[in-house]
Design a protein around this ligand. Structure first.
Ligand SMILES: [Fe+2]
Length: 320
């Protein structure tokens, strides 16, 4: 069977030898999936080394096993993040993979309360992790996996935005959770855009670009009518492409008429996009990303004071 719909990629780095459910794991060979480990055998440290030597970064599970993996990983997440014997990088990988699984599910069905509850829990873990471990942000950046740009980017924007909000503003815990949910869902409207446009490597035509820009308003309208999401979540989804000088979209709001949650998410969204590999260009270094954003801030795209605070926070976590 080779239909990708039936398979879910799992980053090998997130598979911990003794903390992973007993499911069959597969390797992808061309368009086929080949059994790597049957459910009865434990995934061992030797497996890690072997796969690393072969430069394999992912194993695949049948989509029918995804629920039990998610349940297992989400239930053991707090325990794993609290362990002293795991490095920041290992914790980031586990948190990243678990978050991505959760985001994929909520993108597929944003209505069921169970998915929202899972995402809330995930945001709590991300928040706790980025605010307690000074190496967290650098580690999260290291595990960025460009094969799943949308979901990876989404988790990174959530981690960054939570960090910036926690350092700059005194938000209530529930508001922070909504900030995290809003960031995990900020590009939800992309699900309304055809793959043909999303996967295009060449420059977009004017009409295609117009369609992509619709993701903010479409995501907002869809999530609003579902009735599950509050104002902070909806503001982030709708306003994360607005610019301080009014040159953003979808509404062209200007200055502090743009809700603060949208302004912070916009900075983190741009920064995250710049430091990741894209089909059209290689990732920028942290320093180059800040340089590009500083030019944009000077010409009015971001509120200068907020931008300077953002840079200070990001510099602290990226000493290089
Ligand atoms: Fe977006």
């Amino acid at each position: 069977m080779s239909n990708d719909r039936f398979w879910r990629a799992i980053s090998i780095d997130s598979i911990s030898s003794e903390l992973f459910p007993r499911v069959a794991l597969y390797l992808k060979s061309g368009s086929n999936y080949v059994l790597y480990k049957d459910p009865d055998r434990m995934f061992s440290a030797e497996d890690h080394h072997r796969l690393e030597r072969n430069s394999s970064r992912f194993l695949y599970v049948r989509s029918g096993d995804v629920d039990s993996i998610n349940e297992f990983m989400e239930n053991s997440l707090a325990e794993m993040l609290a362990r002293d014997d795991l490095s920041s990088t290992a914790k980031s990988r586990i948190l990243y993979q678990t978050s991505v699984n959760c985001v994929i599910d909520i993108f597929e069905s944003p209505e069921p309360t169970s998915n929202l509850v899972r995402c809330r829990n995930m945001v709590r873990h991300i928040l706790q992790y980025v605010s307690s471990d000074p190496h967290a942000m650098v580690s999260v950046q290291k595990v960025i996996d460009t094969g799943f740009y949308l979901f990876t980017h989404t988790v990174q924007v959530a981690a960054l935005t939570l960090l910036v909000n926690s350092e700059l503003f005194k938000l209530a815990h529930d508001e922070m959770i909504d900030v995290g949910i809003g960031c995990l869902l900020h590009d939800y409207g992309m699900t309304f855009i055809t793959n043909e446009v999303l996967e295009k490597n060449d420059a977009l035509s004017d009409i295609e670009y117009w369609k992509v820009k619709q993701h903010t308003q479409k995501g907002y309208e869809y999530l609003k009518q579902s009735g599950h999401y509050g104002e902070i979540v909806l503001n982030i989804v709708r306003y994360h492409h607005e610019r301080y000088d009014g040159n953003g979209y979808p509404t062209g709001l200007k200055g502090d008429d743009i809700p603060r949650s949208g302004q912070v998410a916009a900075l983190c969204d741009v920064y995250s996009a710049l430091i990741m590999d894209r089909p059209q260009r290689k990732a920028n270094s942290h320093a180059d990303a800040i340089k590009i954003m500083r030019e944009e801030a000077k010409s009015g795209a971001f509120k200068l004071e907020l931008f300077n605070n953002f840079v200070e926070i990001i510099h602290k976590r990226n000493p290089s």
